[in-house]
Design a protein around this ligand. Structure first.
Ligand SMILES: Cc1cc2nc3c(=O)[nH]c(=O)nc-3n(C[C@H](O)[C@H](O)[C@H](O)COP(=O)(O)OP(=O)(O)OC[C@H]3O[C@@H](n4cnc5c(N)ncnc54)[C@H](O)[C@@H]3O)c2cc1C
Length: 505
């Protein structure tokens, strides 16, 4: 049995970032990933395969609070969920780190300030090659550097929509995107601005997902080993119960164990909680790192809706996801509580609209609608609630006991935005609240803080209960604002890596 300095469990955004950051230290690092490399093939860009065939999605069934099974939109592969993400990577707003009053209650303050994490946001934006334009919108937090790359320009119809909304007093901004695009020399650019970015895997390796940005560069180092198709089933503690000594894995039908000095858990917020709960032993009867009883609790997912808005004008845009609005992030003249952020989705084709429509709507109608639609994505914050939690059934199934909150905010937001769009020529709308199965923005199940009685992790994301176990995926968030979570996951993983570099010696 080979011994490692560090074992990282999960090769997604959090785990990949720690591997990238620690690789140059020369420490012996093992990354264990349950999935394989997502294949590059024609189906990567085939909407039928993606939307109707659910290709690449995990074949598992999880249970909701009523014990009804659902198919989670989750992805197990090198790069984790970022292989299919929309690559819109955003900083939380400065005020999100403090207490924020919402319609349904309080979004709690972090015990770190925006200034503590700002340098890591800057590094994360460099590693993920962010394209953006500083200074465009009112909620932008202070930034110590420009974005590394200039923004992706809007295509003509999107520029027209941006201009029309600006005339109504709003502040359109360019979405901050993690793509390998040479804006100055598009002919010689890996990213070709195709219509199949969000939520497709990138067939030409031009999306800055966690594999491309972090795991591939990390595994170029001889001291970093990646084992794929290797499911970690249990963390094993030493006799004192104060340290993890080994992980148990299933790989190629075999059970094996690997030992290390330090363990970094990063399976995604839901699966990290699952693994801690499954690793219960006689010293930790409620699961590892769970003396507070908080493991699995406070799950947050965001309230999301897709809004398909149809106008008379054609929308021939190919790469639609360039535009966003944060004017209502902290409220509006009519709402004295935060509403959220507005961004574009990838351009809908008829296959995507079919998901919204009754089966009776014929394909030519869907095609006509898709040609004229502009497709929005609205995100509002949801609030941490200890009753929103991950548990395991007696047979070991994952149960997502979750009741959404802050919904009035979200509905107000959706109605208000349709009002704005009506003023600029949109007359028909189809909206859909994204269901529980879209666990894309999962965070919060091992929140961090200084009090071991109420939190799972300390401020360095080390578990309060086990001296050599860290959690670096989205689990640590005490609240999540209304921006996409991945840049914060990456920035925090860089921060924890700096701490690890000191503590590993
Ligand atoms: C369709 C879609 C669109 C999205 N768009 C955006 C976006 O535009 N912007 C944004 O910020 N975020 C977006 N997200 C969310 C983003 O992908 C996640 O925030 C991010 O991937 C979370 O990082 P993580 O490290 O917590 O988990 P992940 O990146 O999911 O990584 C977890 C890894 O752990 C592995 N794993 C799990 N259990 C085990 C185990 N027991 N043993 C070994 N390995 C294990 C998994 O296979 C996976 O590789 C999107 C997600 C989806 C699905």
């Amino acid at each position: 049995m080979k011994h490692y300095d560090v074992i990282i469990i999960g090769a997604g955004a959090g785990g990949g970032t720690v591997a990238y950051s620690l690789a140059p230290t020369g420490k012996r690092i093992l990354i264990l990933e349950r999935g394989g490399y997502l294949p590059k093939e024609d189906d990567n860009w085939n909407p039928d395969a993606i939307f109707q065939g659910r290709k690449y999605q995990i074949p598992e069934k999880w249970l909701n609070k009523d014990n009804n099974a659902f198919l989670p939109q989750a992805f197990y592969n090198v790069g984790g969920n970022t292989k299919v993400y929309g690559a819109a990577l955003q900083r939380m707003r400065e005020a999100d780190f403090g207490e924020v009053k919402h319609q349904d209650g309080i979004s709690p303050a972090w015990q770190l300030s925006y200034q503590d994490i700002e340098p890591y946001y800057t590094r994360a934006e460099s590693i993920f090659k962010i394209h953006g334009q500083k200074g465009e919108e009112p909620t932008e937090p202070p930034m110590s550097a420009e974005y590394p790359f200039s923004p992706l320009p809007h295509e003509p119809r999107m520029q027209e929509v941006a201009d029309d909304l600006q005339k109504l007093g709003l502040h359109p901004h360019h979405l901050t995107l993690a793509v390998d695009r040479n804006v100055e020399d598009p002919e010689n650019s890996p990213c070709i601005r195709c219509a199949t970015c969000d939520p497709y895997p990138c067939k030409i390796d031009a999306k800055m997902d966690a594999q491309k940005a972090c795991v591939d560069p990390a595994t170029e180092y001889e001291n970093v080993e990646l084992k794929i198709n290797t499911l970690v089933t249990r963390l094993i503690t030493d006799e004192s119960g104060t340290k993890v000594k080994a992980v148990e894995v299933e790989t190629d039908g075999n059970q094996e164990q690997y030992t290390a000095d330090t363990f970094i858990l990063s399976c995604g917020s839901i699966n990290s909680a699952v693994l801690l709960l499954k690793s219960a032993n006689n010293k930790h009867s409620n699961g590892l790192a769970n003396s507070s009883g908080m493991v699995g609790r406070n799950l947050m997912l965001h309230n999301h809706s897709t809004l398909i808005a149809i106008a008379d004008k054609l929308n021939p845009t190919t790469f639609q996801k360039t535009l966003g609005f944060n004017d209502f992030y902290f409220g509006s003249p009519e709402h004295d509580y935060p509403l959220g952020q507005i961004q574009m989705t990838g351009k809908s084709q008829w296959n995507r609209l079919a998901i919204f429509s009754p089966d009776s709507v014929p394909k030519p109608t869907l095609e006509y609608m898709a040609e004229h639609s502009v497709d929005w994505w609205l995100t509002s914050e949801d609030l941490p609630d200890p009753n929103n939690r991950i548990t395991l059934t007696e047979s070991g199934k994952i149960k997502v006991d979750f009741t959404p909150n802050n919904l009035k905010t979200h509905n107000d937001f959706l109605n208000m935005w349709q009002g704005y769009l009506r003023k600029i020529g949109f007359f028909m709308f189809m909206s859909k609240k994204v269901p529980l199965s879209a666990v894309w923005h999962q965070v919060g199940t091992c929140k961090f803080g200084s009090d071991p009685k109420t939190t799972v992790l300390d401020l360095n994301c080390r578990t309060h209960d086990l001296e050599n176990l860290y959690v670096v995926d989205g689990s640590f968030f005490p609240s999540m604002g209304a921006v996409n979570p991945t840049l914060t996951i990456v920035a925090n993983a860089l921060r924890v890596s700096d701490h690890l570099k000191n503590s590993l010696g």
